[in-house]
Ligand binder design. Structure first.
Ligand SMILES: *[C@@H]1O[C@H](CO)[C@@H](O)[C@H](O)[C@H]1NC(C)=O
Ligand SMILES: *[C@@H]1O[C@H](CO)[C@@H](O)[C@H](O)[C@H]1NC(C)=O
Ligand SMILES: *[C@@H]1O[C@H](CO)[C@@H](O)[C@H](O)[C@H]1NC(C)=O
Ligand SMILES: *[C@@H]1O[C@H](CO)[C@@H](O)[C@H](O)[C@H]1NC(C)=O
Ligand SMILES: *[C@@H]1O[C@H](CO)[C@@H](O)[C@H](O)[C@H]1NC(C)=O
Ligand SMILES: CC(=O)N[C@H]1CO[C@H](CO)[C@@H](O)[C@@H]1O
Length: 382
């Protein structure tokens, strides 16, 4: 493993000047697809619409196992594979955002990955578009065996004393809000897709029919507008699902809808936000699309470990396929509407940015700019 890593790194280092020198001017992609791991990457390849393997560009700072950005010949469409989980996503997106090879000021970013799904909101194979990304596990945690009886979950917001209390220690990456008007446009493009499903997914999801609150789980996959929870820990089960659903409600002041669950989005958005502060990217041009590969909790009567480790949910293949089937409609919608809509941008009506109000405006979640900077330890209370 160490040897492989070394040789990948040194290959990237050797290729760097060779690849960089022929670039005339900067590459100005109209759409940048963010994939997180290999199946999400290759599902876009060998397609009739465009050839992402035409240009491979090594960038310092990318993952050692995904060292290249892939682009079409004209650079209109590019793809980054971040690597999985928060650290990989933050590092890779930072490297891209700061790269001198790209001009990303007019670029639309399409985060396109698989995810878990709450059966209260949707089903496997569903395609979700988020307005909020919530870093749900950025909390204190006590093992359930040492937990006071009155606590409903082992997760306690940082700086709080009880689950459900608003955190008073703020890091700044807890919640991100993206352009809701752009999200609706992207979802309308995706709704023209014929989504994939599988026989195994159909029979597994039928098991959720016994609970009245899981009726969204038993329908065929569709396109949904609901929010994404980010956690490095790949969790499963009723209580964690409920706990992070509660966290989503708390951190978005009741606006967010806990729906899909993944390991990267808060990190990718933090990296884009930092670049947006310097005008390198436009934070109003981000689409977070997650397709559901599995449920975040078992069906009534099934054990959590059985559900996570042994069940055949049948959602993985359709979820990966639906990244392309729905995503291509979004990419084509942006390219087809470039001249009259997307070049100038889709103005947001909602607040966009982080809990600190870093990009300006007043956050519609959180305790407000001043209070959150106090809770971050940056400002002092007068
Ligand atoms: C780009 O990388 C992919 C994946 O490694 C490879 O299949 C393709 O041939 C490469 N393209 C070029 C032009 O070298
Ligand atoms: C949708 O896809 C399914 C299977 O992939 C196919 O059988 C069906 O004909 C398609 N429907 C439309 C309207 O294209
Ligand atoms: C739920 O689905 C299962 C499996 O398909 C079926 O056996 C059962 O009758 C259904 N129950 C209800 C309440 O619809
Ligand atoms: C989530 O919040 C509800 C309402 O406050 C509460 O009844 C429930 O116990 C909470 N769930 C968990 C797992 O903390
Ligand atoms: C969000 O909720 C917190 C805690 O309940 C409250 O202090 C804050 O003022 C609310 N923020 C907004 C923007 O409504
Ligand atoms: C739990 C965790 O590691 N969360 C990370 C989310 O992303 C930001 C940076 O983008 C990190 O600061 C957090 O630590």
């Amino acid at each position: 493993m160490v040897n492989m890593l070394f040789s990948l790194l040194s290959t990237a280092a050797l290729l760097w000047p060779a690849v960089a020198s022929p670039v005339q001017g900067k590459i100005t992609p109209r759409v940048f697809i963010f994939s997180m791991f290999e199946p999400e990457t290759t599902i876009w390849w060998d397609r009739p619409e465009f050839d992402l393997k035409a240009r491979n560009i090594s960038l310092p700072g990318l993952s050692p196992i995904y060292p290249d950005v892939h682009c079409t010949p004209d650079g209109d469409i590019c793809q980054l594979t971040t690597g999985e989980s928060e650290i990989n996503a933050a590092s890779s997106v930072t490297a891209l955002a700061l790269s001198p090879l790209f001009d990303l000021r007019e670029t639309y970013f399409l985060v396109a990955g698989i995810a878990g799904i709450s059966p209260e909101q949707g089903t496997t194979g569903a395609v979700t578009f988020a307005r909020f990304a919530i870093q749900v596990a950025l909390q204190y945690e006590i093992d359930i065996r040492e937990l006071p009886d009155s606590y409903t979950t082992g997760y306690i917001p940082q700086g709080a004393y009880y689950p459900g209390e608003y955190p008073t220690s703020i890091y700044g990456t807890e919640v991100f809000e993206v352009n809701a008007n752009l999200r609706s446009l992207a979802a309308s493009f995706a709704r023209t897709a014929n989504l994939s499903d599988s026989a195994t997914a159909i029979s597994y999801r039928a098991n959720y029919n016994t609970s009245a609150i899981y009726q969204a789980a038993i329908n065929a996959p569709s396109v949904l507008e609901c929010d994404v929870a980010t956690s490095d820990v790949y969790y499963s089960g009723l209580f964690l699902g409920e706990a992070f659903d509660n966290t989503t409600t708390l951190l978005t002041n009741g606006t967010g809808v806990y729906c899909s669950t993944a390991q990267e989005d808060n990190a990718s958005l933090e990296a884009l936000l930092r670049a947006a502060v310097y005008g390198l990217v436009d934070f109003a041009r981000i689409i977070v699309m997650r397709t559901a590969s599995d449920f975040d909790r078992p069906y009534p009567g099934e054990g959590a470990a059985e559900h996570l480790l042994y069940s055949s949910q049948g959602g993985y293949e359709p979820a990966v396929e639906n990244i392309y089937l729905a995503g291509i409609k979004v990419v084509e919608g942006i390219l087809d509407g470039w001249d009259h809509t997307f070049k100038k941008g889709v103005a947001p009506d909602n607040y966009i940015g982080d809990i600190f109000g870093t990009l300006g405006g007043t956050p519609d979640f959180g305790p407000g700019r001043v209070e959150s900077l106090i809770d971050a330890g940056v400002l002092r209370r007068r």
